[in-house]
Design a protein around this ligand. Structure first.
Ligand SMILES: Nc1ncnc2c1ncn2[C@@H]1O[C@H](COP(=O)(O)OP(=O)(O)O)[C@@H](O)[C@H]1O
Ligand SMILES: [Mg+2]
Length: 263
């Protein structure tokens, strides 16, 4: 369904923001992204020189050991955080030119987040959790209801709508979180270690679900440190110490750091 929100970029007259971009169009484009954190006189270069492009319809994994900058990168992609330097274009629009409320609109409409710890609100029911992001939009109650029900059906949890998160298993909670992300019909799903708090059976089920969503056309960017799950994606980006490296460089760096730890 067409949704218009913000003014159009002059270069972008044929793709109004919020309307479906054609499969293959560039959705995310990053160049020379840096992110530096300053704490107690310590300077952490969480990301350095990161270039990244994600096209509509792709399923991309971001892999790397703990502390390599995966969550930082995903937060920047999802407009939860801003780079210290570099250029980020979301649907060809320079993110740095957007004000706080424009960024919030993009997060709400264009991006579906799925976190390791589910991030459901404990005193809202399953239904209310999925509905919540939609209440920030100008949308009729009947459309909201239809979207929530469709999303819950899609993840196979429509028999639990009146339950509270604490009454569900971890696997069920993550399904609800996926439904919440889907209900807004976002341009991209961002998942940060979505299986990290799940046993292997539930983890596999969530990965299957993401794979199905991708085959149905969803664009997905998933952070994982588990190579088995990374294989579900079409393409992998490997991070090491905040830099994008090739798969073989990543393997070598891992081996070197393991060797340094041992001896
Ligand atoms: N808010 C922050 N303040 C200071 N340092 C941070 C912050 N967030 C992340 N870092 C540091 O940046 C690096 C990358 O972190 P992160 O992106 O969370 O890695 P990963 O998700 O790959 O485990 C780590 O060294 C981490 O300690
Ligand atoms: Mg992380």
């Amino acid at each position: 369904m067409p949704r218009k929100t913000l003014r159009l970029d002059s270069r972008d007259r044929n793709t109004k923001r919020g309307e479906m971009t054609a499969a293959g169009d560039v959705l995310i484009s990053m160049k020379d992204i840096e992110r530096v954190f300053y704490t107690d006189e310590v300077e952490t270069h969480a990301l350095s020189d990161v270039d990244l492009e994600i096209r509509k319809g792709e399923y991309v994994s971001i892999e790397g050991p703990s502390g390599s900058g995966k969550s930082t990168l995903l937060s920047i992609i999802g407009l939860l955080d801003s780079p210290s330097d570099g250029q980020y274009l979301f649907k060809r629009e320079a993110v740095e030119t957007l004000n706080i409320s424009q960024r919030a609109v993009i997060r709400n409409r264009e991006i579906g987040f799925i976190f390791q710890s589910f991030n459901l609100i404990g005193d809202l029911t399953v239904y209310e959790n999925v509905e919540l992001p939609l209440t920030y939009r100008a949308m009729s109650g009947s459309e909201r209801k239809q979207r929530v029900q469709q999303a819950l059906e899609r993840v196979g949890i429509s028999h639990r709508t009146r339950h509270y998160p604490s009454q569900l298993s971890g696997g069920q909670q993550q399904r609800v979180a996926v439904a919440r992300a889907l209900a807004g019909n976002p341009s991209i799903l961002l998942a940060d270690e979505p299986t990290g708090n799940l046993d292997s059976q539930n983890a596999n089920a969530v990965m299957e679900l993401l794979g199905e969503l991708h085959r149905e056309g969803a664009t997905i960017c998933m952070v994982t440190h588990d190579p088995r799950f990374a294989q579900h994606a079409e393409r992998g980006i490997h991070l090491f110490d905040g830099r994008v490296v090739t798969k073989s460089e990543a393997a070598k760096s891992m081996a070197d750091s393991a060797a340094n730890r041992t001896f």
